[in-house]
Design a protein around this ligand. Structure first.
Ligand SMILES: [Zn+2]
Length: 228
């Protein structure tokens, strides 16, 4: 019975701090499940370019130097989710950011007979993340990436790829900045995590366990929730 496998479109939200591999995982989910990642920034730009009603409203607000309201973002999201390529489901990126927005999103989805199927929090070990980011540097000649702990050149001070001996570090790849980014992330997402946990749709996944392990964990969650 073919119909047995056709269920409602999945609405996934991936939460994770910078460096947790969210982008990579979202792309893998798009490929494996035919989901479409909807990033708020891209949606806004596309709606403005297409000149939809909501797009025109967004354009007017942005030109006046204002912040696009939740209502406009929701209208743009609603229009986008009505397009046929999102039939299998979507991964939302950049929205919601607050519990208020999450509540408004629930309202929008309910109108379409949908709901958030799963919110996946990609959990990281802060200290390990800071070490990962803080140790990064690149070859000044060819851009090859290295790491103080995890990936040193075979010969100290000589690039494996181009033989160059000059290396550089990004100013924001230091422990202090990485720590501040994580603190801001936790502060911003804590209310969202609480909101979705209370609704029984929160899943936690260990984002430190390697790209393939994380990918299979995510795939198992998506398979399970889309069969419900
Ligand atoms: Zn090099």
């Amino acid at each position: 019975m073919e119909n047995a496998t056709i269920t409602r479109p999945a609405v996934l939200i991936l939460l994770g701090p910078p460096g947790a591999g969210k982008g990579t995982q979202a792309r893998m989910l798009e490929e494996s499940f035919g989901l479409v990642q909807l990033s708020t920034g891209d949606l806004l730009r596309a709606a403005v370019a297409a000149g939809t009603e909501a797009g025109q409203q967004a354009k007017a607000v942005m030109e006046a130097g204002g912040l696009v309201s939740d209502d406009i973002v929701l209208a743009i999201l609603r229009d986008r989710m009505a397009e046929p390529d999102t039939g299998k489901g979507v991964i939302l990126d950049g929205f919601p950011r607050t519990a208020g927005q999450a509540e408004a999103l629930d309202g929008l989805l309910a109108q379409a007979g949908l709901s958030v199927t799963s919110v996946i929090s990609m959990e990281v070990d802060d200290a390990a993340m800071i070490a990962r980011v803080a140790g990064r540097y690149t070859c000044a000649g060819c851009g090859e990436g290295y790491h103080d702990e995890f990936k040193l050149p075979a010969t100290a001070g000589v690039c494996d790829r181009c033989g160059g001996t000059a290396f550089k570090r990004r100013a924001d790849d230091n422990a202090e900045t990485a720590g501040a980014r994580l603190t801001a992330y936790h502060a911003q997402t804590a209310p969202l995590i609480a909101y979705y946990e209370a609704r029984g749709v929160l899943e936690r996944i260990d984002a430190m366990s390697g790209i393939d392990t994380v990918a299979s964990g995510l795939a198992a969650i998506v398979t399970r929730v889309s069969a419900q």
